[in-house]
Design a protein around this ligand. Structure first.
Ligand code: SAM
Ligand code: SF4
Length: 426
């Protein structure tokens, strides 16, 4: 979501006459797009602003802005805390950035953090940058109504609002004209797309519309809430070959007691039931997820259930986080009763298990043939790199003109973070 928002920020600023630079000492304008989902991410913002103070001293014309979730959370207070800051804009105010930059050029310091309502939703979804690439994000909704007890997102991104399907399809058509072959539809809770906006399709119907766009070869989406995996969505995995064999389905915990305190709205067995339904229609589907360790009251027995869930699901990859108390959330009222050392030890055990599961999963691909969408050069720069439908990175020798096409690759070696293979020449 933040990568997608940052692309829009760049696009809006280019429209306002600015050009991108990789070198902050050359910049006349710096915007920090911030995250407040964990305390550490929030602290980083202040560290970063501290470093930019020197630049501001050297270049009096430098405009400094903070946007995103920390800006939404702090509002006007940020301008008070950081006297050399010029602009603060919230999660619903991206579209105002050109106006705020003009004001800053005149020496005005401004904060815009008002939430927009459904009526103004056109403003909520500024168009993505008109550039190409092989794979792009497309925002389909904003906000979240789920109120998981640990999570700040509903407080800083507001209520769920779905973007118009006509606009989504239009944006993807334009991307295809620029060479894009794969889109990832993004939102905090994509499964509830359209449910609260009259006249819009539901998420499964939206997927079908996107699949009908000529030139789109692959569709991904993130993030799904397990409680909202519906029968029509499962049908999409059965019937839409363009829909990739991957789902990011965060469980957060393996114990029913912890899931209930997290207000997740499903039990462990319901979660596993949804995965079984997905696997029944797409046996090769790759599952990834998110886990929080050290949630208030998590006992050793609760934690061992998280580890056993991981073994049962056999996640291909996992994002794992130590619980972090967030302001305004329900869980902030629960005693944060697990020591930092205990949280870290649990995280280390979880990471060790996941490393083994990932390597085992990667090794299982050796000898198989995979369809790989070529994204360009690998990180090392001497090979091509792309992804399988199941979202595993594959590196292989090949002609760079293959970028943007789907090729068949025999997997010959497996590493911790990637696969290596040989392209099949017909
Ligand atoms: N909407 C998505 C969902 O429900 O899966 C993800 C939202 S959140 C931005 C991404 C991940 O951050 C969550 O899945 C959760 O694992 C983690 N997270 C959220 N709040 C957290 C907290 N207070 N402490 C630690 N991790 C947290
Ligand atoms: Fe946060 Fe839960 Fe909403 Fe995800 S579904 S953004 S974890 S409140």
């Amino acid at each position: 979501m933040n990568v997608s928002d940052s692309e829009k920020i760049v696009s809006l600023l280019q429209g306002a006459g600015y050009l991108p630079t990789q070198d902050s000492s050359q910049a006349d304008l710096i915007i920090l797009n911030t995250c407040s989902v964990r305390a550490k991410a929030e602290q980083k913002v202040y560290g970063c602003l501290g470093r930019y103070k020197g630049l501001k001293n050297r270049n009096r014309r430098l405009i400094l802005g903070v946007g995103g979730c920390v800006a939404q959370q702090e509002g006007e207070r940020l301008l008070e805390k950081v006297p050399y800051l010029d602009i603060v804009f919230g999660t619903h105010n991206l579209h105002m950035l050109p106006e705020l930059v003009r004001a800053a050029e005149r020496g005005e310091r401004r904060t815009e953090v008002a939430f927009l309502d459904n009526e103004k939703r056109l403003d909520l979804f500024p168009a993505a940058a008109a550039e190409g690439g092989v794979s792009r994000f497309v925002t389909i909704m904003q906000g979240c109504d789920n109120f998981c007890s640990y999570c700040i997102v509903p407080h800083v991104r507001g209520r769920e609002i779905s973007r118009s399907s006509a606009e989504i399809v239009n944006e993807i058509r334009k991307m295809v004209d620029k060479g894009v072959r794969e889109v990832t539809l993004v939102g905090q809770n994509v499964n509830s797309y359209g449910l609260k906006s009259s006249g819009e399709p539901d998420f499964a119907a939206l997927l079908r519309r996107v699949a009908d766009i000529p030139g789109i070869e692959r569709i991904r989406f993130t993030t799904s809430h397990p409680k909202d995996i519906s029968a029509p969505l499962i049908d999409c995995f059965a019937e839409l070959p363009k829909l990739c064999s991957h789902i990011h389905l965060p469980a957060q915990a393996g114990s029913d007691a912890v899931l209930a305190r997290m207000n997740r709205g499903y039990t462990r067995s319901e979660y596993l039931g949804k995965i079984a339904l997905l696997k029944a229609v797409r046996p090769d589907i790759q599952i990834t997820g998110d886990i929080i360790v050290g949630f208030p009251g998590e006992s050793e027995e609760d934690f061992s259930q998280t580890l056993s869930l991981m073994e049962e699901v056999r996640y291909g990859d996992l994002f794992s986080f130590v619980y972090s108390v967030r302001p305004e959330t329900k869980a902030a009222e629960f005693p944060d009763d697990i020591s930092q050392q205990e949280k870290q030890e649990r995280l280390d055990r979880l990471l060790a298990l996941q490393r083994a599961l990932t390597l085992e999963r990667n090794k299982s691909f050796v000898g198989s043939r995979q369809q790989v969408l070529v994204e360009g050069f690998s990180k090392r720069g001497d090979q091509l790199s792309g992804r399988t439908s199941g979202n595993r990175v594959v590196n292989f020798a090949g002609d760079p003109t293959l970028t943007g096409s789907i090729v068949e690759v025999t997997i010959t070696r497996a590493f911790q973070n990637s696969l290596f293979g040989e392209i099949i020449i017909f």
